[in-house]
Design a protein around this ligand. Sequence first.
Ligand code: ARG
Length: 484
Amino acid sequence: MGEEQDVTGAGRLWGGRFTSGPDAAAWALGVSTGFDRHLWRQDLAGSRAHTHELHRIGVLTADERDGLLAALDRCGGLFAADAFPFLPTDEDVHGAIERWLVEELGSLGGKLRAGRSRNDQIASDLRLWCRDACDDLVGLVGELQQAFVAQAEAHLGWHAPGYTHLQRGQPVLLSHHLLAYVWMLDRDAGRLRDARARLDESTLASGALAGQTLGLDPQAYADHLGFARVAPNSMDAVASRDFALEVLAACAILAVTLSRLGEEIVLWATSEFAFARVGDAFSTGSSIMPQKRNPDIAELVRGKAGRVIGDLVALLTTVKALPLTYDRDLQEDKEPVFDAVGTLRLVLPAITGTVASLTFDRERLAAASVGGFALATDLAEELVTRGVPFREAHEVVGEVVKLAESRGVDLDGLDPDELASLHPALDTEVAARFDPQQAIDRRDGVNGTATASVRAQLGRARAAAAANRTVGAGPVVAGDDAHP
Ligand code: ARG
């Protein structure tokens, strides 16, 4: 504290109007190369587009343009080899690259800054990064959906208890439960796709905030960088981070979906439930209890949700009440985005492998699916088909359950005469209502758990997974190397 950092000389992007360099503590707070270096690909892509535009408007000769493009390629080679020579005097990745270009090319390197600002550069860089990140995450979600589709397909016909309040409610097909995740994940992928479509705007040629005077064409940047359109207002372009908030919100909701999955796997793997066993490759032992087989991966997936939610809240809080346009607070936009996306890049393949590794216990699931008077609703609905008002049927079946409970049996263990004594409609044919397979197959709406319905649903789920997987396999325009 109190000491001056020596940041005078060729390395700085600014300083002409200052007589001394910044305080060391001030410098340390402002330096962002530790994290914004992950934007090198996007920054170089923007600089290439800018080089072409500067040539088009006559600021660069063809030779100068080619010299700059070649140097930008060499610069990219250094970054790709993790050999870019950052200096302590580099404030951010934009400044570092310009400093390096000046070292390489002399005064030509200094020509690239004409007509642009780090404000429009960073707005562009982060949008490019988010665009690829969204595609990547959508693809990873598609892989997880596919793991569910495969499990649902392999277990078609298996019974499982369906829960509300974590109390057994009604029997379902295990596949119906598994496919529920495919649709939850499909909306998560949809949110990422929506965010990506909305952020697909070029911000270069916004200058610091008001646009630029040199005749640069904003549309040319959009064309070079493959943006769908130009941001219509330069002030909005440099000031807004709602695009990053949207990506973070989509990440946070996805992380919450995954936390519910993680929790269910943890429950299923307990000896109390014992519905499923997690594969060895996704289980861990205990350092002290030799018998332990812990679902650590599912627990970590559940736990990571807190972190991703934190990333969203952090950036929401930073952007709240910021006056237009660019404020330095916005430098805080990058780390939460990198962290949330990086976390999900770790989490998604791990949980996909965990789901694929699950082996289910058919007998445990089947026994639980009929336990707890799970067919009581079916019995009440049977009475309804015999003209009993549902209100009355609900009451009568409640009494049937009370009687069975007092006898220590399930519904099918009751004496037919005793049943008939509770209500005239409870004749011997209602016994047909005690079959879980029938209970399942009667729910044959397009959204239901009937075998035929679930088989049809499986086809739609497979198509949804395939569509998202294709996005992930798509070409990465600008690329990135951020894996925090
Ligand atoms: N490192 C800065 C950021 O990430 C780049 C923009 C700096 N602009 C400025 N006027 N200081 O936000």
